[in-house]
Write a protein that binds this ligand. Sequence first.
Ligand code: SF4
Length: 325
Amino acid sequence: MDDQPLLSVQDLVKHFRMPRRNLLRPPDVVRAVDGVSFDIWRGKTLGLVGESGCGKTTTGRTILQLMRATSGSVQFGGTDLCQLSDKELRSFRNGMQIIFQDPYASLDPRMTIGKAIAEPLMIHEISKTRDEARERVQELMERVGLNPYFINRYPHEFSGGQRQRIGIARALAVDPDFVVLDEPVSSLDVSIQAQILNLLQDLQDEMELTYLFIAHDLRVVRHISDRIAVMYLGLIVEQAPGLEIYDEPLHPYTQALLSAVPWTDPRLARKHQRIILEGEVSSAVNPPSGCRFHPRCPIAEERCQHESPALREIQPGHWVACHLA
Ligand code: SF4
């Protein structure tokens, strides 16, 4: 293993200032990401999991500098991307790509898929001629399991799973090191999900890709993640090696998320008996004091309302932010 992680995120904060609604009051601030830290080693996957609105997508986009951080650092191959100007960032853009939940939305319906996959090759001058680009596109199509014969077809002629393969080919065209997978299988049927997950895993092995895999469902990231981080209201509340978190979740929120999964494995179904969480996720504008999870936590104590739990290493490599863990 390398000495240093490929990606090291330290104390990442992303706040959004809302439009002022009352001239006598300061504008509301959404604390979407509020001090997130993790490392990802080359060729490995970190699964980042939490309910919608917890800040995981904002974390992914801030790492890629698609939105600039409020504070914190994102070291990529030893360079802090947060300190770079837009111009300086350009040379790092190829190394980091994103695959979206809905590839259809990111594909131009009037462009053949051949052109769509070739676009980044031409923009970044990776292919010097159209013939060279075409050859590379056909190679990429084969690599992601698409018949190169379909190079002149349009996005609407493909199924959801095939479109996600097109999105993957497009992201891989520039030969990145690091890919943010933002809910890449959430809109697909379960059988197709497994195919795309297998493909992502094969590509990772072949190309030594490093993934940040964002998902709301702990089942989806189970087989692909080396480590899992669980987010709640802008903070990581638990982080552990992939399999350990399924066998020994220590944070009450992780336990609740695991209990909501319809496990087909009877051992896991028995282990994670249904826990119903009361109430909704609190607002990221005014997060609760103390432990942010306390209004919904089934085992909250009095101190949870005013003492914020630190993320502590409870077992080697297993970090939890809970007073009672
Ligand atoms: Fe629940 Fe308290 Fe632990 Fe927060 S710190 S998860 S409220 S027990």
